[in-house]
Design a protein around this ligand. Structure first.
Ligand SMILES: Cc1cc2nc3c(=O)[nH]c(=O)nc-3n(C[C@H](O)[C@H](O)[C@H](O)COP(=O)(O)O)c2cc1C
Length: 182
């Protein structure tokens, strides 16, 4: 009985994975800061969630340094990566701030969070709400305060970064992520 339920769950998960693969989501780098600590990671889970007022949502992994700093921060930055920026995706998606600062050598604009000058398409949002419904990521709702747009964006997509191994792999997330997921 348990095996049958496990098999069904695995099949559902495979079907969802193939839909997500077909959607080929654009990738962003989310940055944040609290006190002296700054953080940032590559994020595939993100989208606009309200037009008026402007809201943008990112989902941060409970395993990540960025998730921990982001939940104490007033603001987060969302940087829309161009196809030519695989190197930035690698820096922010395969290293962890738990081992050292990732921002060395990058040009940063002033603000409540480090903003990457290399990414002309970006937004700054104030953390308006956070929702932990028991999954392995926390939903962070941003009130959009400022938006910059630069050159035409040819987005770096999930399929462009399939070679990257996350700095904190999925297995590091608590299972279940909280008691509410049981
Ligand atoms: C393709 C890809 C997509 C990712 N999507 C997310 C995501 O949506 N949310 C998230 O918190 N981490 C995501 N990650 C994982 C983090 O970017 C990665 O574990 C990073 O090294 C964490 O750094 P940190 O510990 O300094 O925050 C993704 C990684 C990759 C390679």
């Amino acid at each position: 009985m348990v095996d049958e339920a496990d098999g069904r769950a695995a099949a559902q998960s495979d079907r969802l994975a193939s839909i997500i693969e077909a959607l080929d989501q654009p990738m962003v780098v989310v940055t944040t800061a609290s006190g002296d600590e700054r953080a940032g990671c590559l994020v595939g889970f993100h989208c606009q969630s309200s037009i008026d007022p402007g809201r943008y949502v990112v989902w941060l992994s409970k395993a990540n340094h960025t998730g921990r700093v982001g939940l104490r921060a007033s603001h987060l930055g969302v940087h829309f990566l161009d196809r030519s920026q695989h190197g930035l995706a690698e820096r922010f998606g395969t290293r962890t701030g738990d081992d050292g600062d990732k921002f060395g050598g990058l040009d940063l604009a002033d603000g409540p969070v480090p903003l990457l000058e290399d990414c002309p398409n970006r937004l700054l949002g104030r953390r308006a709400a956070a929702l932990d419904e028991g999954g392995d990521h926390v939903c962070v709702v941003l009130e959009v305060e400022e938006v910059w747009s630069g050159d035409d964006l040819d987005p770096l997509r999930l399929s462009d970064v399939s070679d990257l191994e996350p700095g904190h792999p999925a297995e590091e997330r608590p299972r279940p992520a909280t008691h509410r997921a049981r």
